[in-house]
Design a protein around this ligand. Structure first.
Ligand code: AMP
Length: 131
């Protein structure tokens, strides 16, 4: 994984069928602004527009997947890459006292954007259980 690549593509090469109205497909395609912290052929990571912690970064697959609830074995590699990218970004951001990775799945669990994303949160004390 090359975290040094920060170029901003004009298209979304990983998306077989980017969803035009999906805000995260638009970010992945470079068609909407975002504070991108990492991207490669399969993944884009950018700062959350409404941060819930000093470090709050979203990691998405370029290829549109509605949610973790509909992911399948074809998504295994990119799901693993998302987890490893989250860990590597956390090492770079160095949030004190660890970090948390969250995938809200379904409206009842708090998912509001239906393009699978990992929240990387850190820099403050985390409560358990989550609300
Ligand atoms: P969730 O509620 O788990 O679906 O998380 C969606 C997250 O996306 C929320 O934390 C929002 O603040 C964040 N968000 C929505 N639109 C944008 C955007 N254009 N840029 C960055 N973050 C966004």
């Amino acid at each position: 994984m090359n975290l040094g690549r920060m170029s901003k593509p004009e298209t979304n090469p990983g998306a077989a069928e980017p969803i035009r109205d999906c805000p995260f497909c638009r970010i992945a395609a470079g068609a909407a602004p975002a504070q991108i912290v990492f991207q490669d052929e399969e993944i884009v990571a950018f700062r959350d527009i409404h941060p819930q912690a000093p470090t709050h970064i979203l990691l998405i697959p370029r290829r549109h997947i509605d949610s973790l609830g509909v992911a399948n074995s074809e998504d295994a590699v990119v799901l693993g890459r998302l987890m490893l990218a989250a860990a590597q970004i956390a090492r770079q951001e160095r949030p004190a006292d660890g970090f948390r990775v969250v995938i809200n799945t379904g409206a009842g669990a708090g998912q509001s954007v239906f393009h699978l994303h990992l929240h990387l949160l850190g820099g403050r004390r985390m409560a358990w259980p989550p609300g």
